[in-house]
Structures are given as structure tokens and as C-alpha cells.
Design a protein around this ligand. Structure first.
Ligand code: NAD
Length: 250
């Protein structure tokens, strides 16, 4: 599982949080990385910390289809292969249905869901050529168990879960060797969740909902992603891996 030698891996949202932790795990496992993020400054720092000579950063918005077609052509031309795709970029905010505008709903769908479709569509030919391609899509426990005031996020992450299964079945039917699985983190300490966790009342409520009694770390999600990206999980496809300290077991 710790050996990705010779493999090329693309991680979106790689400049921060879970994506950055995943990029670090993959680099330690000897993969060559393509790190995608829209935050140019943080992305450059991430690539630098991993080894700029070996790894490449691409500043783009994952909701932009033209950017994906351009990147697919560049990967084909430069690396000639792609073995692992981690669709991680995403975000959500607490908001009631009444307070959710259609524009906000569409923005949540675009970054969490449209991006997964676009990357899969445009990178699948390269992944299929690998012979043992692996797609890992970032969902959430909110893709399995809903919560109040998170309607758009729950809908997007639930759709990611089902799109992953449909991708897995389509690839199996095609016999192209590509596996697709989803990960479902619970409450993880990242810049995205820092604001929520900083509120003592909300933090106490979250902790009360986590049987193991603590918030998870980005590395604990990166370990699960590495497992699903590696040959250690080669008989897994269309599966959902929950990493939540027991929250959804209750
Ligand atoms: P984060 O904010 O630390 O990192 C997300 C990264 O994605 C950032 O670097 C950001 O610039 C990038 N990004 C966002 N929108 C983008 C876009 N349109 N184009 C390109 N890059 C974009 O967040 P995180 O907590 O590491 O979250 C990563 C993923 O994990 C998200 O999909 C999130 O929904 C999911 N998740 C997080 C938690 C949690 O508790 N933190 C729990 C479950 C699922």
C-alpha cells in the first residue's frame, strides 16, 4: 500500500487540509504528483514542500470544463500516463433551505459534484490506459447521513456517492481496469472546518456526536485514500469507506 512507484497521481484541492495530507502520503509512497487547486499561493508552497522538480502544481478551478480538457491533453503529452485520480476539492456551509439561494445551491453542486463528473469524463481515457487506474472521490458522512442546515452539501455529497458507484459499474462493464470508490470522512480538523470547531458550543455538540471522543486528522483520511488508490484494495470498486470515529455507526 505504501508503494506507488512509477504511478502518476492527480489530487484536487491539494493545497490544504485533506488534499495536502493525501499529496504528502502519495509523495512518500513515491508517486509523481499533479496537484490541482485554485489557490495559487498555497499551491506553490505545497508543491515546493513536496519537491518542485518531481511534482507539478496546476492552478485552476475544478468546475471549469475547458481547464480539464486542457489539463488532460497536457498530462497525455508530458507524463504520458495517469494512474490515480483523487477528486477531493469541495466545501460546504451551514445554511437553512430558506436561506439558500439558487446561486448558492449551484455553487455547492458545481464544486462538490460537477467537478467530479468533469474530471472523470476527461481523465478516464488516460486512467483506462494505465490498466489499473483508481479513482477516489471525496464524499462525506453527509453523503450517507443527513443533518439539518446542510441541505445543499448533503445533496451534493450524496450524489458523489452514487456517481462513484455508477462509475465503478461502467468501468467494470467496459473492462478497462479502472476502480472507483468514495471516502466519507466525519469531522476532520482542517482549515475548512476550523471556523466551526472554534465555536465552543458547536465543538461540544460535534464531540458529543463522535463515539471515540475526538475530531479526526487529515492524515487519517489520507491513509484511507492511499489504501483505495493502491493495489492493496484491488478487489474494491463501487465501495464507500467511512472514516468517522463511529459517528454513523450509532
Ligand atoms: P480545505 O478547505 O482545507 O481544502 C480544500 C481545498 O480545495 C482548498 O485548498 C481550496 O482552495 C480547494 N478548492 C476549493 N474549491 C476549489 C475549486 N473550485 N477549484 C479548485 N480548488 C478548489 O478543506 P478540507 O476540509 O480538506 O476538505 C477537502 C474535502 O473533504 C472537501 O470535499 C470536503 O467537503 C471534504 N470533507 C471535509 C470534512 C472536514 O471535516 N474537513 C469532512 C467530510 C468531507
Amino acid at each position: 500500500m505504501d508503494d506507488l512507484t512509477g504511478k502518476v497521481a492527480l489530487v484536487t484541492g491539494a493545497a490544504s487540509g485533506i488534499g495536502l495530507a493525501t499529496a504528502r502520503r502519495f509523495a512518500a509512497a513515491d508517486a509523481a504528483l499533479i496537484l490541482v487547486d485554485r489557490n495559487a499561493g498555497r499551491l506553490a508552497a505545497a508543491v515546493e514542500s513536496l519537491g518542485a522538480g518531481r511534482h507539478r502544481g496546476v492552478t485552476m478551478d475544478v468546475t471549469d470544463e475547458a481547464a480539464w480538457t486542457k489539463l488532460a491533453d497536457e498530462i497525455d503529452r508530458d507524463a504520458g500516463r495517469l494512474d490515480i485520480l483523487v477528486n477531493n476539492a469541495g466545501f460546504g456551509v451551514f445554511r437553512s433551505i430558506a436561506d439558500t439561494s439558487l446561486d448558492h445551491w449551484r455553487a455547492i453542486m458545481a464544486v462538490n459534484l460537477d467537478s467530479v463528473f468533469l474530471a472523470t469524463k476527461h481523465l478516464l481515457p488516460l486512467l483506462a490506459r494505465s490498466g489499473s487506474g483508481a479513482i477516489v472521490n471525496m464524499s462525506s458522512i453527509r453523503g450517507i447521513a443527513a443533518a439539518a442546515n446542510t441541505g445543499s452539501y448533503c445533496a451534493a455529497k450524496g450524489a458523489v456517492r452514487m456517481f462513484t458507484k455508477a462509475t465503478a459499474l461502467e468501468c467494470a462493464a467496459l473492462g478497462n481496469g479502472v476502480r472507483a470508490n468514495s471516502v466519507h470522512p466525519g469531522h476532520i480538523a482542517t482549515p475548512l472546518s476550523a471556523g466551526v470547531h472554534a465555536d465552543p458550543a458547536i465543538a461540544a455538540r460535534l464531540l458529543a456526536d463522535i463515539p471515540v471522543g475526538r475530531i479526526g486528522t487529515p492524515d487519517e483520511i489520507a491513509d484511507a485514500i492511499l489504501f483505495l488508490a493502491s493495489d492493496a484494495s484491488k478487489y474494491m470498486t463501487g465501495a464507500e469507506l467511512v472514516i468517522d470515529g463511529g459517528s454513523t455507526a450509532q
